[in-house]
Design a protein around this ligand. Structure first.
Ligand SMILES: [Mn+2]
Length: 402
């Protein structure tokens, strides 16, 4: 059968698991087993694997779980599935030697044995087990943690919230992760470069969103980093505009926030362009140049050792000084989550991937502008991974002429 997931070498997952156990042992003043729950079939088919489970297992199977124990190591729990469902849903990996070897774990087990195994593992660790939940953007793992909290309470087992500790591991990307990010950015760049010259001839936001989606998905029918935001004129002033169903307003600004994934890693890029391809509206151009200045200043001034807050204040300064409102942060961490969980009090360090996305939103004037790049923090500053995606006035006008 075809295995999905496993975008990293097996040794990477093994190393991540060892480090996770060591980090949580230190943070929790004693060894704790760790439990990560994979998405169920319904969630997996419409979305993607849970990022925490994926990060430590690389496993793309539905209804799976990973238990890490300080002495026994990693056990991957898999669902053999109902044989009569194979003709409907395709074969399941199921526990056994093939799954053990494919994922480089110490052992595999049937999913139905998970609860008893978790309780036994927790008993050895004084009735504790570590799990993750997303407090800021709750998703599948948060729901799974809430369910398991109730189930395990009946056995006297307490869940330790280990995400604040494990975040520190995910915040620093290794060479393979950075290579996947570069690939996601390359796909996004090619999509935008193909679509920008077509925009003056298009009539609908939905055409722009559909063309980008086709470019982002044609290499591998993988997930998008997030559904594209294509907001014409005043819709560009709605930060999370979800509809993409209005006509393009002729000669008005168009905000496009989108990103492909590669190997599960997300690109996140925003460009704001005049729908007809020329910055001949004086007000739009003036505000655009200010956002561009803030964006360029922020990447030029970024240094490892800064805090995210220091950098954010610095990037927003030209916008705030000019009398515009600061509506959001300057950027967020990127990874297998488009908003990768991160500790914003930790100082910038080489290997971190963040976005740089200042914006000015003027619904009363009928437009919004955001310019968003993806940055890799280096030993001396940062590399703008999205530098080949046009963003200067001349660069965008040239790209839109085709
Ligand atoms: Mn973003």
């Amino acid at each position: 059968m075809d295995l999905r997931g496993l975008s990293m070498p097996l040794a990477t997952y093994q190393q991540r698991r060892v480090v996770a156990l060591a980090m949580t042992e230190q943070a929790m003043f004693g060894a704790v087993p760790l439990l990560f729950i994979g998405c169920d079939e319904l969630v997996l088919r419409r979305d993607r694997q849970d990022p925490w489970f994926e990060y430590y297992s690389g496993c793309g199977e539905p209804e799976a779980a990973l238990l890490l124990e300080p002495t026994a190591g990693a056990t991957l729990f898999l669902e053999s599935g109902d044989p009569t469902r194979i003709i409907w849903d395709g074969p399941r990996l199921g526990p056994g030697e093939a799954a053990r070897a494919a994922h480089g774990v110490e052992s595999t087990a049937e999913m139905k044995t998970l609860e008893e195994r978790v309780v036994a593992a927790a008993r050895v660790a004084g009735g504790r087990i570590g799990m993750c939940t997303r407090t800021r953007e709750p998703g599948f793992q948060a729901q799974a943690t809430a369910q398991w909290r109730a189930r395990l309470a009946a056995h006297g087992v307490m869940i330790c919230h280990v995400e604040p500790t494990l975040i520190l591991q995910r915040m620093i990307k290794d060479a393979d992760e950075i290579a996947w990010h570069r690939e996601a950015v390359r796909i996004t760049r090619d999509g935008l470069r193909a679509v920008l010259p077509q925009i003056p001839k298009l009539r609908l936001e939905s055409e722009v969103a559909s063309l980008l989606t086709m470019h982002y998905r044609k290499h591998a029918y993988g997930p998008l980093a997030f559904p594209p935001i294509v907001g014409s004129a005043v819709h560009g002033a709605t930060l999370h505009y979800p509809h993409n169903d209005r006509p393009l307003s002729p000669r008005r600004p168009l905000l496009i926030d989108s990103g492909a994934t590669a190997g599960g890693y997300c690109a996140d890029v925003t460009r704001t362009v005049p729908a007809h391809g020329r910055f001949d509206d004086k007000r739009f151009r003036e505000v655009y140049e200010l956002v561009l200045h803030a964006n360029q200043l922020a990447s030029a001034k970024l240094r490892p050792g800064m805090t995210h807050r220091e950098w954010t204040d610095l990037g927003w300064e030209p916008i705030v000084k000019a009398g515009f409102t600061r509506h959001h942060g300057l950027g967020h961490h990127l990874g297998i989550d488009v908003h990768d969980p991160a500790d914003y009090d930790v100082r910038f360090a080489p290997g971190m991937l963040i976005t740089n996305e200042p914006g000015i939103y003027l619904p009363d004037e009928g437009f919004g502008i955001r310019i968003e790049d993806d940055l890799l923090i280096t030993a001396t500053g940062c590399e703008v991974l999205t530098r080949e995606i046009p963003k200067t006035v001349a660069g965008i006008e040239s790209a839109m002429r085709g």
